[in-house]
Design a protein. Structure first.
Lengths: 158, 289
């Protein structure tokens, strides 16, 4: 029986200290240990991107990381996008442009888009597609998602 | 779908990592980006008693140019860093191109060049580029450090010259192969997939307009990266026009057998080598339409 390790992780601005087995995946830690079920598990293989979170500001697939690797790190999940209960501009744009239907891929799409906009506030459509190529959607056909991000990009141009 | 139990170590220095490796040898696996290792462990295709997480060894992440113009890239350097490095884009852009085509943005944020090299997936994007650039792989272990040429390092599918107590520390590109005139192209079924075929062409043109050097690295069509020596000799000493390139690419297309799997037949792979050789040579020579 492998001993659990204590980790200290900041998630959406709050610090959590927990004991975890080394083999626990980050996505399971977020969902099961912290009850942040907004991060979804789509394929568990690392291909679909539904598990995307921000790790020290960069988008990563949380099913491809161990919770122990997050010791000392700062993580943002979809629950950390709305400020004071108000949906962010990006979230509102997704809603307005029908960038979601079932919503399963949406947290991953939002965080991947958020990460893109932090690096490049005015991406063109090609740059948006490239940034989101690691996030699969079975419902929307992607057009609404691209338009949502493009809307935020257009606002930045003004 | 989670890994079998393992002990976990997160050394903060290279020496600490090497001393763990010296003790544990084959009983431990190195975790760098984890974008290949963790999926394998989740499928339980890899089971290991211990993981040595090297992500906290900052000294292993670096990109530098030596006094005579050779390039050195630390094993822990992430694909996204190589993709965006102003030094690499200026001096040896073909490597940045390859990095930019690996997987997707999330994979590139975590994946490392050292991990890719040590894993030796025949379809990995860096491999034909590193073959074309005649790179050396620096390795550290119980016996000290050693420098292994790419040919002696990449042995076969998922097989390298790494000994149980060793880890990759740096990848170096010799000055003579660092070139602005290079291009890498791959064909994959969809974005983010591993290649069905990948070709890197790196050339050097002498002041009188003649091809002084040509390196054509071919990946994903055999069990390890290859160089298309016959196509290379068809180019050296010639003026590179579209005809000359087309003929050389036909040589490249018949130089390797390729293999058939669920993604493509050997015949299609050979055909891809021909087309990708032509396109990358045209881009490297600056004459693509």
């Amino acid at each position: 029986m492998i001993k659990a390790r204590q980790i200290s992780v900041e998630v959406n601005g709050k610090t959590f200290k927990r004991d975890v087995e080394p083999r626990k995946l980050l996505v399971h830690f977020l969902r099961n240990d912290l009850n942040l079920t907004g991060t979804h598990i789509g394929c568990i293989e690392g291909k679909c991107g539904a598990c995307t979170v921000l790790f020290n500001g960069e988008s990563v697939k949380s099913c491809l990381m161990l919770a122990v690797q997050a010791d000392g790190a700062s993580i943002r999940t979809v629950e950390g996008l709305a400020e004071e209960g108000q949906l962010s501009d990006l979230q509102l744009a997704f809603s307005e442009k029908h960038g979601l239907q079932c919503g399963y891929c949406t947290p991953g799409m939002l965080l991947a888009s958020h990460a893109l906009l932090k690096k490049n506030s005015k991406p063109n459509d090609d740059e948006i597609k490239r940034a989101l190529s690691g996030n699969l959607c079975r419902c929307t056909g992607y057009q609404g998602i691209i338009e949502a991000v493009a809307k935020i990009a257009a606002k930045a141009k003004l | 779908m989670f890994p079998k139990e393992f002990e976990y170590y997160a050394p903060e220095s290279l020496n600490e990592a090497l001393s763990l490796l010296a003790t544990m040898g084959e009983q431990a696996k190195i975790l760098a980006g984890g974008q290949s290792l963790i999926p394998l462990m989740k499928y339980r295709l890899v089971e290991t008693p211990a993981i040595i997480d090297v992500n906290r060894i900052r000294e292993l992440a670096s990109i530098s140019e030596d006094a005579i113009g050779g390039l050195a890239i630390g094993a822990l350097t992430r694909h996204v860093t190589i993709e965006n490095s102003s030094l690499i884009k200026a001096k040896c852009p073909v490597l940045a191109q390859a990095a930019s085509l690996i997987g997707d943005a999330h994979i590139r944020n975590r994946g490392t060049i050292g991990g890719s090299v040590a894993h030796m997936d025949p379809a990995a994007d860096y491999l034909p580029v590193l073959a074309a650039l005649d790179c050396n792989v620096e390795v550290a272990g119980k016996g000290g450090t050693r420098k292994v040429s790419w040919k002696d390092f990449f042995l076969g599918m998922f097989s390298t010259a790494l000994q149980p107590s060793e880890m990759v520390t740096r990848i170096t590109i010799p000055r003579e192969k660092v070139s602005k005139r290079g291009a890498y192209l791959k064909l994959a079924r969809s974005s983010g997939d591993f290649s069905i075929a990948g070709v890197a062409s790196v050339i050097d043109i002498s002041p009188d307009g003649v091809c002084a050097q040509a390196s054509i690295g071919v990946g994903a069509v055999e069990d390890k990266p290859r160089r298309s020596a016959k196509a290379e000799s068809a180019l050296v000493g010639k003026r590179l026009d579209l005809d000359c390139i087309r003929r050389a690419s036909e040589v490249a297309g018949s130089e390797f057998r390729g293999f058939t799997d669920m993604h493509a037949t050997a015949e299609y792979r050979r055909s891809l080598v021909r087309v990708l050789t032509r396109r990358t040579l045209e881009r490297a020579a600056g004459i693509h339409l």
